[in-house]
Design a protein around this ligand. Structure first.
Ligand SMILES: CC(C)(COP(=O)(O)OP(=O)(O)OC[C@H]1O[C@@H](n2cnc3c(N)ncnc32)[C@H](O)[C@@H]1OP(=O)(O)O)[C@@H](O)C(=O)NCCC(=O)NCCS
Length: 183
């Protein structure tokens, strides 16, 4: 119903429980690509799993917590962005993202995350937004850098994946530093 243009024929819009089949179909296209880089509970295998993720976010959003949004290109769900954490009282949030391979390289996630940061800082008055990624996730850290975030530190061997513990980077931007990247 309501959506925001991201250019390149893409729009940022709601991703809710009733989108479970659409989300599951998208995950079939994205699963192998995102699995090493996102939390394991996000990478589900069927419609029930997809619905459980959407329900979890809907319940948290109802309490003014985490939120999830879809990126659709020419009407097809190709990825999304989320507030993985959102704490109005302490003024901090964490954002995350994912894309299926066909939608990479267009700037969609940078623009979608800019919209989230604008809302968090301008409409909600938050103070700080974080970005957590595996230290070897170059495309993810490039988004954080493009958003003007600062690498604040590395949590050593904090990201277990298939028996190997990877370092995890913590990036952040403050409200006083926030300026949306040039389109
Ligand atoms: C992380 C991820 C979302 C980044 O996707 P991405 O397409 O590189 O990021 P963006 O949508 O911001 O696009 C940036 C790319 O578009 C290009 N681009 C084109 N027009 C652009 C514009 N107007 N603005 C910004 N970038 C633009 C950039 O040059 C860059 O491409 P390049 O790296 O090949 O030079 C994607 O790689 C992914 O889903 N990875 C797997 C899951 C994952 O890692 N999630 C994050 C967990 S922390």
């Amino acid at each position: 119903m309501f959506s925001l243009s991201l250019g390149e024929g893409a729009r940022l819009g709601p991703l809710e429980i009733w989108h479970a089949e659409e989300f599951a179909g998208h995950l079939d296209r994205a699963r192998d690509h995102i699995r090493p880089w996102v939390g394991p509970s996000f990478v589900t295998d069927d419609v029930d799993g997809a619905r459980a993720t959407l329900k979890r976010y809907a319940e948290r959003q109802a309490e003014d917590g985490s939120r999830l949004y879809g990126i659709r290109r020419d009407g097809v769900l190709v990825g999304g962005v989320m507030f993985t954490d959102f704490h109005a009282t302490s003024g901090s949030c964490e954002i995350g993202c994912w894309l299926e391979p066909s939608a990479e390289g267009l700037g969609l996630v940078t623009r979608a995350c800019s919209a989230l940061l604008d809302w968090a800082f301008t409409s909600r008055g938050l103070h700080r937004a974080e970005w957590h990624c595996r230290a070897d996730n170059d495309r993810s850290s490039a988004v954080a850098r493009r958003l003007g975030m600062t690498l604040e530190g590395v949590r050593r061997e904090a990201w277990p994946y298939e028996g190997v513990r990877h370092d995890k980077q913590l990036w952040a931007v403050l409200a006083s530093e926030w300026r949306a990247p040039e389109q």
